[in-house]
Design a protein around this ligand. Structure first.
Ligand code: AMP
Length: 394
């Protein structure tokens, strides 16, 4: 039995779970928020109670040190030696890293060299790795990459039809994201169906604030909707997903803005928020749509159409699929969105059972018995994947 820490470090936050492996038993979990700001918040759940404390935490090293000392103070561990490994979620592994790795100094150098591929995400991930390395120098730090699962995509899926030199020289290609979630959910789906991952084709719809679809053929990603960055694909909470790239120059001229400013609109002012003019949160849109708000309904329908379009295209690409799985905040909770998407796929023989679909955040089969494709809800669990990979590399 080993205790593994799974860490997800953001620019001002640090989420953690301590798991007992290989049993995959959650020991404690929590989050440090507002790191580097006044009134940082440290919260931890253990043995059915939740403790929340507010004080100033100036950086991630201090956050890690407070967290580890709290584990001792609360007698969750007796000494730091009990932590066998720390697994870190890292968003971008570039075109070199195809699987989880033990992070050595040269890997940190490589990850630094590709920061321009994920300028918002990789720097805080690296800060988290450094902070744990400093405080637990003898404990192995493992990197689990969002892009890694998609390394199995064939060239025809990951290459854009742009000058080939852009790919060779500047590594412009589709990388794909949410890989840890797509892998966990598709493999769990196979298990639920009583099959091995290599015995089935699964289409995963990870629909949260960020959202992507993945075609998982015989256990491996063969295409996904996010691309060079997490902006590509289906519309999301605030991201546009695919648009005609010519719109960028057109709007730069109309609004007298830089490319960076327009890209910012596409990342932060589009999607649900942009179309509805109301909110980036699906709950707000579902409520508003129910009360007759046309633009809220439109924002939901534009996304549902695109999700269905991609599912249908992946169904054809893989030569059929055994299952479609919904996961993440919206996929696990929004019954109406699941209905909206599956109803659009009736030509493929997919049929939703409205009673079975009336469920949230649980593993459930939501298709009818005569549906040609099984449809499931499977809550994602990236932390368990991180802990599994960390354990296997120790
Ligand atoms: P995530 O990024 O996976 O945390 O997902 C966030 C999204 O999930 C937000 O748009 C939330 O509104 C949505 N969500 C969470 N709970 C519900 C719910 N009960 N019904 C509909 N959407 C939900």
């Amino acid at each position: 039995m080993k205790k593994i820490m799974a860490v997800n470090a953001g620019s001002s936050s640090l989420k953690f779970q301590l798991l007992e492996m290989p049993e995959e038993k959650l020991i404690t979990s929590g989050i440090v928020e507002r790191i580097g700001l006044k009134n940082s918040v440290f919260s931890i759940k253990f043995n059915g109670t939740e403790i929340e404390e507010t004080f100033d935490i100036e950086n991630h090293s201090v956050a890690v040190s407070i967290l580890l000392n709290k584990l001792l103070e609360m007698k969750i561990i007796k000494s730091f030696d009990e932590i066998s490994g720390v697994g870190h979620r890292v968003v971008h592994g570039g075109d070199k890293i195809a699987e989880s790795i033990v992070i050595e100094d040269e890997d940190i150098e490589y990850l630094e060299s590709i920061i321009d591929l994920a300028p918002l995400h990789n720097p805080p991930n690296l800060i988290g790795i450094r902070a744990f390395k400093e405080i637990l120098p003898n404990v192995k730090q493992v990197g689990v990459f969002d892009t890694a699962f998609h390394h199995s995509m064939p060239e025809e899926s990951f290459l854009y039809a742009i000058p080939y030199e852009w790919y060779e020289k500047y590594k412009v290609r589709k990388y794909g994201f949410h890989g840890t979630s797509h892998k966990y959910v598709s493999h769990r789906c196979a298990e639920i169906m009583g099959k091995k991952p290599e015995e089935c084709n699964v289409i995963v719809a990870h629909i949260g604030n960020g959202a992507s679809i993945c075609a998982v053929k015989q256990g491996h990603s063969v295409d996904t909707t996010m691309g060079f960055t997490p902006l590509e694909g289906i519309p999301m909470g605030t991201r546009s997903g695919n648009i005609d790239p010519a719109i960028i120059e057109f709007m730069m001229n109309k609004k007298n803005k830089s490319a960076k400013e327009i890209t910012n609109y596409l990342n932060k002012q589009s999607g649900y928020l942009g179309v509805s003019g109301l909110s980036s949160d699906s709950r707000d849109l579902v409520n508003a749509a129910e009360q007759g708000n046309h633009r809220a309904k439109l924002a939901i329908d534009i996304q549902a159409k695109r999700i269905a379009d991609y599912i249908a295209s992946y169904y054809v690409y893989m030569g059929g699929a055994d299952a479609i799985v919904f996961t993440a905040g919206i996929g696990e909770n929004a019954t109406s969105t699941r209905e909206n998407v599956i109803d659009r796929l009736s030509v493929l023989g997919a049929k939703i059972d409205r009673e079975r679909n009336n469920c949230r955040r649980v593993e459930a089969l939501i298709s009818t018995d005569d549906s040609k494709i099984k449809v499931y809800v499977i809550p994602t669990n990236e932390e368990v994947m991180i802990a599994r990979d960390t354990l296997s590399l120790l």
